[in-house]
Design a protein around this ligand. Structure first.
Ligand SMILES: Nc1ncnc2c1ncn2[C@@H]1O[C@H](COP(=O)(O)OP(=O)(O)OP(=O)(O)O)[C@@H](O)[C@H]1O
Ligand SMILES: [Mg+2]
Length: 303
């Protein structure tokens, strides 16, 4: 599977550009699309699943032009929208059975087998008789994944699936998606939580204000931040001043004052030790060097 995006632009009517000159190659495995609110993640994903037309540019799926082969490509795609939730009164299994029937699986027995297998896969078999609308947030999200899997998609597009989940469910969800990942399918996962993409994605793109500001492996992203992360020992009264001066990634209370981890080209006028960057540091470096400020959500204690 291969998706090629060339010079893609999207401008909403009357609005500014939500996507600007996007070039991407997405191959098999898991692809992480990382970016803050309003970066354009949902816009890009909706274009890839043929729900939204680009203003200009080209998307090829296995060489097929997305505009020309919409129907064919749609059959390859499973999409879990950002706002997926269900208030369905149907039982969990009935809900999936219904979706399977809608997607053209006519034989009742085949549907039943399929539904049971999917329920097993996403860890919902034990609650198969519960009302779909009564599931917890994490369970609903997993039901959403089961639903996207019904058509055996070759391309899965999952938009911010971990928002609002508690850490345990987030981890479970992450593992579930990682388990689905294979070289012959593409899973595109968007998130603004760095920890969501750390271990599982072979490639990531950083999107900010409609532009790709980085595209490569997580290791390459980390490597790009080398030399830009420092630790500083600070006394209590120095804290505010340092926070103003440098984007602070973390501050750990010490016996006397704090140990700060900061992003900077260079720290001047005081002692600082270079630190080995991790993925979160690298993300902040990229956002920072682009002058978008440190409004970075690294996840609720995921790191
Ligand atoms: N239907 C629309 N009409 C006009 N502008 C829109 C529309 N949808 C999105 N936008 C704008 O396009 C930009 C990108 O939005 P998009 O929803 O793609 O970002 P996102 O990365 O998914 O953000 P979030 O993390 O909040 O989901 C934003 O500036 C947004 O306000
Ligand atoms: Mg979005």
């Amino acid at each position: 599977m291969q998706i090629t995006v060339r010079q893609l632009n999207k401008r909403y009517p009357g609005g500014k550009y939500a996507l600007r000159d996007i070039d991407l190659e997405i191959g098999g495995g898991m692809f992480g699309l990382l970016g803050p609110n309003g970066a354009g993640k949902t816009t890009l994903m909706r274009i890839l699943v043929t729900l939204l037309k680009p203003s200009s540019g080209e998307v090829l799926v296995n060489g097929m032009d997305l505009q020309k082969y919409r129907r064919e490509i749609r059959k390859l795609v499973g999409y879990l929208p950002q706002d997926f939730t269900t208030f369905s009164k149907l039982a969990v299994w009935e809900f999936l059975d219904y979706v399977a029937a809608l997607s053209g699986v006519r034989e009742k027995d085949i549907r039943r087998d399929k539904v049971d297998r999917l329920l097993e896969d996403v860890g919902l078999f034990d609650v198969r008789d519960r009302r779909a609308g009564k599931l917890s947030g994490g369970m609903k999200r997993r039901l959403g994944i089961a639903q996207t899997l019904i058509g055996d998609p070759r391309i899965m597009v999952v938009d911010e699936p971990t928002v609002g989940l508690d850490p345990e469910e987030r981890l479970r969800f992450r593992n579930l998606v990682a388990d689905l990942s294979r070289q012959d399918i593409i899973i595109i996962l968007s998130t603004h939580i760095v920890g969501d993409i750390s271990s599982t994605c072979s490639n990531v793109a950083l999107l900010n204000a409609g532009k790709i500001v980085f595209n490569g492996s997580p290791d390459e992203l980390v490597a790009a931040a080398a030399g830009h992360v420092w630790t500083i020992s600070a006394l209590d009264h120095e804290l505010d001043q340092l926070r103003e001066r440098y984007p602070v990634i973390s501050s750990v209370p010490m016996e006397h004052g704090y140990q700060l981890r900061v992003v900077a080209e260079q720290v001047t006028g005081r002692a600082a030790d270079p630190a080995d960057p991790n993925l979160e540091d690298a993300y902040i470096c990229f956002m920072q060097s682009l002058g978008y400020g440190a409004d970075v959500d690294a996840g609720n204690g995921g790191w």
